[in-house]
Design a protein. Structure first.
Length: 98
């Protein structure tokens, strides 16, 4: 999974706190996507990622969907949302007027 996210092997044994935001995001995604659970909850899974790694996330999410995993995701990126969503719920109508 780390190879898929193009995390260099030289980083594999280092503490994630020493990584950049994008590297930390890729490590967290690898950890979260490795086990195959029946439900996957994602909160901005492509934040801090470049286009290449966003595509990896989209591919992995699609693979999980094909295997029958239920996926609930918060995604502000319209392009990513369009590629992974079967349906959407606009929650802005539920925001309180503070």
């Amino acid at each position: 999974m780390l190879r898929r996210f193009k995390v260099p092997e030289r980083l594999w044994n280092l503490p994630p706190t020493t990584f950049s935001g994008g590297e930390q995001q890729r490590i967290n995604l690898a950890r979260g996507l490795l086990p195959e659970h029946p439900v996957l909850l994602l909160d901005e899974p492509t934040a801090s990622l470049d286009a290449e790694n966003r595509a990896v996330v989209v591919d992995l999410v699609r693979e999980r969907e094909e295997k029958g995993t239920a996926i609930v995701a918060i995604v502000h990126d319209d392009e990513v949302r369009g590629k992974i969503a079967d349906g959407t719920i606009d929650v802005s109508q539920f925001a309180s007027a503070a």
